[in-house]
Design a protein around this ligand. Structure first.
Ligand code: 4LI
Ligand code: NI
Length: 188
């Protein structure tokens, strides 16, 4: 079970590395890694488990965040968030994207960042993504809204990029051209 002590924080060199592709079909260990990542995000959204294990809530976590430099991450949105997405993405990529951008009006948070870094993080509003699931089966899907934002945030982790790299340093809340603001916060 992944706990907060297993999550590395900004400043750790692994978070700045480009992670390695996984072999398909997945080894038993890689499959277990994917299952553990997904379990973390699910547990972190469960009031009881969150409190019991002192987990910080998230909708996504990437392998480099537990110091494993591999191209795999998990996303999980509970039904109550209005989204319905739960996936492990292996060797994921964005195959096409909208010209329109989107950003969370409250900014982004990250399990590896123990401070709040204010500012808009411009992302693509809509993306078409490809990758492999834990069974080694290829998937292709379109995402928008918070799932699209989170997918891009986690994909960045596989490339050594942190969300605040995208924030305008001179003016963190500078209007983002051709962008939609996402105000809705998940959960209750
Ligand atoms: C409790 C139970 C306000 C502040 C609003 C909380 C279950 C911030 C938003 C959650 C913010 C759940 C989230 C992300 C933000 C802020 C991630 C709460 C967990 C909202 C997810 C990856 C960026 C994703 C919207 C500095 C750990 N998640 N909020 N950003 N939620 N959550 N990100 N931003 N301001 N990060 O953090 O999982 S993309 Cl689900
Ligand atoms: Ni993160």
């Amino acid at each position: 079970m992944i706990l907060m002590k297993d999550i590395i924080r900004e400043g750790h060199p692994t978070l700045r590395q480009k992670a390695q592709e996984l072999q398909i079909p997945l080894s038993a260990d890689d499959r277990k890694l994917g299952e553990e990542l997904l379990q973390y995000v699910k547990n972190s959204q469960d009031d009881e488990l969150m409190e019991k294990y002192d987990l910080r809530p998230g909708v996504g976590i990437a392998a480099p965040q537990i110091n494993v430099s591999k191209r795999i991450f998990a996303l999980h949105f509970d039904e109550q968030s209005g989204e319905n997405l739960s996936l492990v993405a292996v060797n994921p990529k964005i195959v096409s994207h909208s010209v329109e951008k989107a950003y969370l009006s409250s900014g982004e948070g990250c399990l590896s960042v123990d401070r709040s870094v204010p500012g808009y993080v411009p992302r693509y509003a809509r993306i078409t993504v490809k990758g492999f699931d834990l069974d080694g089966k290829e998937f292709k899907m379109r995402l928008k809204g918070l799932p699209a934002i989170a997918f891009q945030h986690e994909l960045d982790h596989l490339n050594g990029i942190m969300f605040y790299d995208h924030i305008n340093p001179k003016d963190p809340f500078h209007e983002v051209e051709n962008a939609v603001a996402i105000d809705r916060v998940t959960v209750e």
